[in-house]
Design a protein around this ligand. Structure first.
Ligand SMILES: Cc1ncc(C[n+]2csc(CCOP(=O)(O)OP(=O)(O)O)c2C)c(N)n1
Ligand SMILES: [Mg+2]
Length: 342
């Protein structure tokens, strides 16, 4: 329930969620104009997770992500100009255009890196948590990763050490295939090779606190993350969340199969005729529309206020697109900067 947040927190959370949605739509546009080198992964459908978790964090906490990092960056407060420029490989990006989409980062926000290697980021995030412990800092390390990471050995080593040393870390496993049936080994997860039914069973037997959270419910994500952060800074060790969201019908390669988000669908409940076969997405599975509906129902914001937020977000993203397009590609000489001979 969103009512666990104050009115201002709700408005800010919706703004961030819309910012992610509009940012990703801009990335898709850029891809169709052949401006994005390589492929990329959008965060559409998972906005309440990144925003809910990030809203509970302190500036001193550290965030780590995966190949699907755009939403985490924006939720953490990254500058959309620099984030988009980075994705387009431009010099104005956070890493001067060298990191691209797969290694999204915002070092000034304690978001040091993302890893495109499935589960590769978990041991790094555990290292960060260990560093916080050694330095006796009252902060946490947070790591976002997909359900597919649970197939990888690196995930088990990371979970094991975090549990053994009771490290201050939040493992946020984003299962973006909540709609599928669960049968061991039956291809039920996005990455289909798990022999278990519940992803939380594994960390639980290691002694890690676990929770399954509905990724459409911003309030539930926020409450779970706040409690986990409190436990972690009080020395009570890690928490593992499985946050369940529904697969965005845009699929593997982003096409706007559900169209550009029309925020008025939150109150018209309309499913445009051309998207009828994805009606569930509009009615139930889109976290942006769900949160807007919840805010309307509780009287936290009016239609006009929500439209106003969206309008301001769209203006901001339009300038990010201009900034990224205008930014030059990195110079040839910069290829030799930030590299170490060995
Ligand atoms: C070690 C490794 N194996 C395979 C891949 C190729 N790969 C990229 S994304 C992906 C699926 C990951 O699924 P999941 O972790 O659930 O994340 P999602 O894309 O669903 O957010 C795979 C297999 C990779 N990047 N790294
Ligand atoms: Mg997945």
């Amino acid at each position: 329930m969103i009512s666990v947040l104050s009115k201002d927190e709700c408005l800010e959370a919706l703004r961030k969620m819309l910012m992610i949605r509009r940012f990703e739509e801009a990335c898709i546009d850029a891809a169709h104009e052949n401006k994005v080198p390589g492929h990329f992964h959008v965060y559409i459908g998972q906005e309440a997770t990144g925003v809910g978790v990030m809203s509970t964090l302190d500036r001193g906490d550290y965030v780590h992500s995966t190949h699907r990092n755009h939403g985490h960056l924006i939720a953490r407060g990254a500058d959309p100009n620099k984030a988009l420029a980075e994705i387009l490989g431009k010099a104005g990006g956070y890493a001067g255009g060298k990191a691209g989409t797969l290694h999204g980062c915002a070092p000034d926000l304690n978001f040091p890196l993302s890893s495109g290697i499935v589960a590769g980021i978990l041991p790094i995030a555990v290292g960060t948590a260990y560093g916080l412990r050694v330095r006796k800092l009252p902060n946490v390390s947070v790591v976002f990763f997909g359900d597919g990471a649970m197939e990888e050995g690196a995930a088990y080593e990371a979970l094991n050490l975090a549990a053994l040393w009771k490290l201050p870390i939040l493992f946020v496993c984003e299962n973006n295939t909540a709609e599928v049936d669960r049968r061991p080994g039956g291809g039920q997860y996005h990455a289909p090779n798990m022999s278990i039914i519940e992803l939380t069973d594994l960390p639980r037997i290691m002694g890690i606190t676990t929770q399954i959270v509905d990724g459409l419910d911003l309030g539930a994500v926020w409450t779970a993350a706040r409690d986990a952060r409190n436990r972690a800074v009080n020395g009570e060790g890690p928490t593992f969340f499985e946050v369940r969201t529904h697969t965005w019908p845009g699929g593997q390669w982003p096409t706007l199969i559900t169209g550009r988000t029309d925020i008025s669908h939150a109150w018209t409940n309309e499913v445009p005729a051309q998207y009828e076969k994805n009606a569930n997405w509009f009615k139930r599975n889109d976290p942006v529309l769900s949160v807007a509906r919840e805010m309307l129902k509780l009287g936290i914001a009016s239609n006009a206020e929500i439209e106003g937020i969206d309008m301001r977000v769209r203006t901001e993203i339009d300038s990010a697109v201009k900034f990224a397009n205008d930014s030059p590609f990195p110079s040839l000489e910069s290829a030799l900067e930030n590299v170490w001979p060995h």
